[in-house]
Design a binder for this molecule. Structure first.
Ligand SMILES: [Zn+2]
Length: 240
């Protein structure tokens, strides 16, 4: 038996079914390292795998933090669009990255049908990107792109914070996600907003990280520009 995990009983707000899902004891979480887009690697069990609850009876799935927040019309949508097609299966046992990808995709499907906030959809997409990174699959970048688009909309139209992401962390993250997508001019713009936000002074680590990634994006932008110019020059030279 895995001692880092315990069973939590949940009542599905859609179909009222009672089910169990694994959760990780916070005392058992051991952080190994972090990537520059806040992706965390753990020694031992990974709590991200258990961040989504799935009702085995009706297929309703959502992030733990919003699982109970569903309106009466939302319940109808889930029952009609998912419940009627759902093959009953249980995600209440231990999960690996592959199982986690499955549950996060179910939560994403539910979230899209329910028109959940872009901040929530962005969080699901970012975690899907990380899950693909853990297993070294290229689909990571598709989800980085979805996450960047959702977070940008959330930044413009929704109230903050998004989970642990306050305004300045979100500005930084938008810079870093765009940098990873090689959209260097946009990345520089977001990093610029992050480092000139007065609240970053209260977060020394983030301030340093933002400045490092900002200059990295500027270097990469310069290289990309030089490379493009060289390609255009070579093309034109071939005309002689
Ligand atoms: Zn249910």
């Amino acid at each position: 038996m895995n001692k880092a995990l315990y069973d939590k009983e949940i009542q599905c707000p859609v179909c009222k079914n009672l089910f169990h899902t694994k959760k990780m004891r916070s005392s058992a979480i051991r952080i190994e390292k972090r990537d520059t887009d806040f992706c965390v690697y753990y020694n031992g069990e990974n709590p991200i795998f258990y961040g989504v609850f799935v009702c085995p009876n009706c297929g309703y799935a959502a992030l733990e933090s919003v699982f109970q927040e569903i309106s009466p019309s939302g319940k109808k949508i889930v029952l009609e669009k998912i419940g009627t097609k759902w093959t009953q299966r249980d995600f209440g046992s231990e999960r690996d990255a592959y199982k986690a990808i499955e549950v996060y995709k179910l939560a994403l499907l539910n979230g899209q049908l329910l028109n959940q906030k872009k901040g929530i959809i962005g969080t699901l997409c970012l975690r899907l990107a990380w899950l693909y990174r853990y297993i070294h699959e290229d689909r990571e970048l598709d989800f980085i792109e979805h996450a960047a688009n959702c977070f940008e909309e959330a930044f413009r139209y929704e109230s903050l914070p998004i989970g642990n992401l306050d305004e300045v962390s979100l500005l930084y993250l938008l810079g870093e996600l765009n940098r990873r997508l090689k959209k260097y001019d946009e990345a520089i713009d977001w990093f610029n907003k992050a480092v000139s936000n007065p609240n970053i002074k209260r977060k020394r680590k983030l301030d340093m990280l933002a400045r490092d990634q900002w200059s990295l994006a500027k270097e990469e932008y310069k290289k990309q520009k030089e490379k493009n110019e060289a390609i255009v020059y070579a093309e034109n030279e071939a005309l002689i």
